[in-house]
Design a protein. Structure first.
Length: 268
């Protein structure tokens, strides 16, 4: 049997009871980075038709298309499969006060370089915005990355891990808005919510909200430790959503005024 077991949001204590029942604790663990999962799936699946093999993943197993692919490969090999779900940022983002059914497409934002600034995310955000939906933006991480020189020379030397910060993400969003000029990411009138380590418990989880302009001027430490995500608030914002999130606002007065005048929230 081939198992994919979600580990949840924070650490090994987040495992579900059903996950614990698979008794993987005490077993030999092999660190499988993204490259291994994507390119060495045959090795991972080897002998899974004769013995139990478990792939442990952060969050929920279906939070990444890579895991869907490996399940399809297992099925093609006639290997029985079982998925054990857990919490992920896709549902835990509701901690910011916005209702999950008001979210549209999730997008990823990668680190810009001097020569590469992909902006397809903007089109997805606009599609959501046109429907009044919120957008969850997942910020880029660089782990086990090689420099261009080391990659070209075939040297297995990796760069230090990098995690995109909220101010950097907002800066990139505003940069593309200045090019597109549709107004969906207008810095002064677009509300957004930054979340960090959701599910990490008191003292670890961090939620900060405000206009894009306000978030862009906050020091990195305000947003807590990575991993970070950002929510672009949609115009269907309900007053209860706005009131809940106001608790985390950089400037509650600006947050409420923008929600009222720009988003049409009818506070009672």
């Amino acid at each position: 049997m081939f198992y994919i077991i979600g580990l949840g949001l924070c650490d090994e204590k987040d495992i579900t009871v059903r996950g614990l029942e698979e008794e993987f604790y005490g077993k030999e663990l092999i660190l499988a980075d993204r490259d291994m999962v994507e390119t060495e799936s045959d090795d991972i699946l080897r002998n899974a038709d004769k013995e139990d093999v478990s792939l442990l993943v952060v969050g929920d197993p279906f939070g990444a298309t890579t895991h869907t692919d490996i399940i399809l490969r297992a099925r093609a090999l006639k290997i029985p499969t079982r998925v054990i779900h857990n919490a992920s940022i896709m549902n835990a983002v509701g901690a910011c006060g916005l209702q999950l059914y008001n979210f549209g497409q999730t997008v990823s934002l990668v680190f810009f370089t001097d020569t590469w600034k992909p902006d397809s995310f903007y089109d997805r955000i606009k599609e959501n915005a046109d429907l009044g939906m919120h957008t969850l933006v997942l910020l880029d991480i660089k782990v086990k990355e090689q420099s261009e020189e080391n990659l070209a020379r075939g040297r297995k030397i990796y760069e230090p891990p990098r995690y995109m910060s909220i101010p950097q993400a907002v800066s990139q969003l505003i940069e593309i808005e200045e090019q597109r000029q549709t107004g969906i990411l207008s810095p002064e009138t677009t509300l957004a919510i930054a979340v960090s380590r959701v599910g990490g418990g008191e003292g670890n989880e961090r939620i900060v909200c405000g206009t894009l302009a306000e978030l862009s001027t906050q020091p990195n430490q305000v947003f807590g430790q990575p991993l970070h995500s950002l929510v672009i608030v949609g115009k269907r914002l309900h007053h209860l959503e706005a009131e809940y999130a106001e608790t985390f606002a950089v400037n509650p007065k600006t947050w409420r005024e923008t929600a009222k005048t720009v988003y049409g929230c009818d506070f009672e």
